[in-house]
Design a protein around this ligand. Structure first.
Ligand code: PLP
Length: 453
């Protein structure tokens, strides 16, 4: 029994990984497992990259730690410049922290600090979305809404300053016969009504995962959604805070997920994490627009956020090398090409009427190397007897040497319905590996649905 505090979906000891290389893990029993989900959409350049390992080693010989009130370092400055230069004017300031929850926590706080510095202290409300995930800290649990994750903490969550509106989740929330444009307009009107209810000048920000991940599985909003949401924020002088912890830094085939919509909107504040450091060292970042940066600098002059390990030199050095590799090896082109193949193969195999899985596939959706399969397991309910199909598929794939991420809960507000499986392999994945992943996955799903039918 492992004595390290691992969080695992079943009360068993997770297998012991002894080596990792590219998209593979070697276990102590000699098995080699293919990773179809990059850990949790993290390992975007695969494991064991010698350039990143060397960058960490070299930095550890120079400056291994600084405290953020005393020094900055070369890798922190270069990484910030790298991100700002590639943002085409969207961002002017980067705050580095140690992960996604920290980045979102800091993004939420940065919004409030901006209004505090600029004299709009009456702004005290945040509007997030139902069926969302922004992290495991109390602040991020407040701004997100996910029934099971909130359940233990419900009585101590802040229901005065954190509010939620409907998600842009067409399969579950679009009405029958409603066009995309009408759906977007309905969501825009709901957000505006919430602003008016709370007091139009009381809102700090509308907060959203640009494309959802762990909450509902790669829900891409309909065209025009963010333009409509940002128009409400602008009308009432509030900020748009986007959470791209999972969907950002290339995962959708563009550096930032919002770029893939091509509607010209940019967030005021954004959180990124997983693809930033690719899992070599813990890191996350808050990306801040010029206007918000000016506001932060106007009075106190400092970013009111102080974690001991923020802008850690080893993490910044590793991430800088990861970002250089992504650009130099043109990995986003591979992300787009292999992503298209992944989507095509999943659809061709799982939507084929000859497949026993076809009747249970509700939707296959994604872009870049970020895909989810949403199942409708209701016909299997008698034999499933409360077990979640998404988790069973994850376990079956694991038995067949493939890691995917099963999710249960995401169709309703309570999080009691839904079965999804997510794919998010590294951007270095090859055509042959994508084919193999899909083959193992489809065979695993087919075996299960036959067993539980
Ligand atoms: N925000 C989103 C959209 C995420 O998917 C996650 C993690 O999966 C987080 C925030 C929290 O990130 P971390 O687990 O690095 O704290």
């Amino acid at each position: 029994m492992a004595t390290s505090c691992v969080f695992h979906k079943t009360p068993v000891t997770p297998p012991l990984a002894v080596n990792a290389e590219g998209i593979y893990f070697d276990l102590e029993d000699g098995r080699r497992i293919m990773d179809g989900v990059g850990g949790a959409a993290v390992a975007c350049i695969g494991s064991g990259n010698p350039r990143v390992i060397a960058a960490i080693h070299e930095q550890s010989k120079k400056v291994n730690f600084t405290f953020h009130t005393q020094f900055t370092t070369e890798p922190a400055e270069q990484l910030a410049k790298n991100i700002i230069d590639r943002s085409k004017g969207a961002f002017a300031l980067c705050g580095f922290v140690a992960g996604g929850s920290e980045a979102m926590e800091a993004a939420i706080k940065t919004g409030r600090q901006y209004y505090w510095e600029t004299g709009q202290t009456q702004r005290v409300n945040y509007i997030g979305r139902m069926i969302s995930y922004h992290g495991a800290s109390l602040g991020t649990l407040n701004v997100a809404y996910n029934g099971p994750r909130r359940a233990p903490y419900h009585p101590i969550l802040d229901q005065t300053h954190f509010h939620h509106v409907s998600p842009p989740y067409p399969r579950r929330f679009k009405r029958e016969g409603e066009s995309d444009a009408d759906f977007v307009e309905r969501l825009r009107a709901e957000l505006e009504a919430k602003f008016i209810e709370l007091g139009p000048d009381s809102v700090i920000a509308f907060v959203a995962e640009t494309v959802t991940g762990a909450s509902s599985g790669v829900v891409i909003p309909p065209k025009g959604y963010y333009k409509a949401m940002k128009s409400v924020c602008e009308k009432y002088g509030a900020l748009l805070i986007l959470d791209e912890v999972m969907c950002g830094m290339g995962r959708m085939g563009t550096l930032h997920a919002w770029e893939s919509f091509g509607d010209g909107i940019t967030p005021d504040i954004q959180a990124v994490a997983k693809g930033l450091g690719a899992g070599y060292t813990p890191i996350g970042a808050v990306l801040i627009s010029q206007e918000v940066a000016n506001g932060l600098r106007s009075k106190a002059g400092v970013w009111q956020h102080g974690y001991t390990y923020q802008a850690h030199p080893l993490s910044c050095a590793a991430s800088l090398e990861v970002q250089k590799i992504i650009v130099e090896e043109d990995l986003l082109a591979n992300c787009r090409a292999q992503g298209e193949l992944l989507g095509q193969l999943l659809r061709a195999r799982l939507e084929d009427p000859a497949s026993p899985a076809a009747p249970y596939v509700a939707e296959i959706r994604g872009q870049g190397l970020f895909w989810a399969i949403e199942f409708d397991a209701r016909p299997l309910a008698p034999k499933l007897a409360g077990k979640k199909l998404g988790f069973l598929i994850e376990a079956q794939c694991f038995a067949n040497n493939l890691v995917v991420m099963g999710m249960a809960g995401g169709w309703n507000y309570e999080g009691t319905e839904g079965d999804h499986v997510m794919f998010a392999p590294a951007y270095i994945v090859t055509k042959e590996e994508v084919e193999k992943m899909v083959d193992i996955f489809v065979k695993s799903v087919e075996a299960l649905v036959v067993e539980y039918a």
